[in-house]
Design a protein around this ligand. Structure first.
Ligand SMILES: [Zn+2]
Length: 174
């Protein structure tokens, strides 16, 4: 999943508004940050065993929980950060094709092969996340305008990615 992960971060903000959007955005893309890091280090693994497998994601969630709790002493918030990291795995199972564990099967619906279905799935997560996030904002100052602009920008980004998928079939990830 691409921009849909932002929807998960926004939904988590509704669960605990005290968590900053930045830690939530870092958390929601954690497995992809690992991929980016491995790419930069020249050790990129297209299967994603060290970034997207079940034990990898659970380890990253534990790490995220520890880091957030250490910095903020907010254990409930830390649990939500961990849950957001785990959500990355479930959302990628909808759109991608990911490893379970070493020697285990690959799973996923591979919606990337069907960019219109991918757009529908990611768009849904983005819309639901944005609506939940909107309810954390103060009602005065007409925040609906900001929320509409944000929603439009996120949907436009996702549309760009899915159009690129339609045109190129596979996007370079590293
Ligand atoms: Zn991913």
């Amino acid at each position: 999943m691409y921009i849909g992960h932002v929807g998960a971060a926004l939904a988590a903000k509704r669960v605990r508004p005290g968590i900053g959007l930045l830690p939530l955005l870092i958390a929601t893309y954690t497995p992809d940050w690992v991929d980016t890091g491995m790419c930069l280090a020249g050790a990129y693994d297209p299967v994603g065993m060290l970034s997207h497998s079940v034990p990898a994601v659970l380890s990253l969630a534990l790490l995220g929980l520890g880091c957030y709790a250490l910095v903020t002493h907010d254990w409930t918030g830390a649990l939500i950060i961990a849950a957001v990291i785990v959500s990355h795995m479930f959302l990628d199972w909808i759109t991608g094709y990911k490893p379970t564990w070493r020697g285990g099967p690959m799973i996923g619906l591979k919606l990337y092969d069907h960019p219109i279905a991918d757009f529908a799935a990611e768009g849904l997560v983005i819309v639901v996340g944005t609506l939940l996030y909107a309810r954390t904002l103060p009602t005065r100052q007409r925040p609906w305008l900001d929320v509409s602009i944000m929603l439009g920008a996120l949907i436009a980004l996702q549309l760009t990615i899915d159009v690129a998928h339609l045109l190129m079939k596979t996007l370079p990830k590293c």
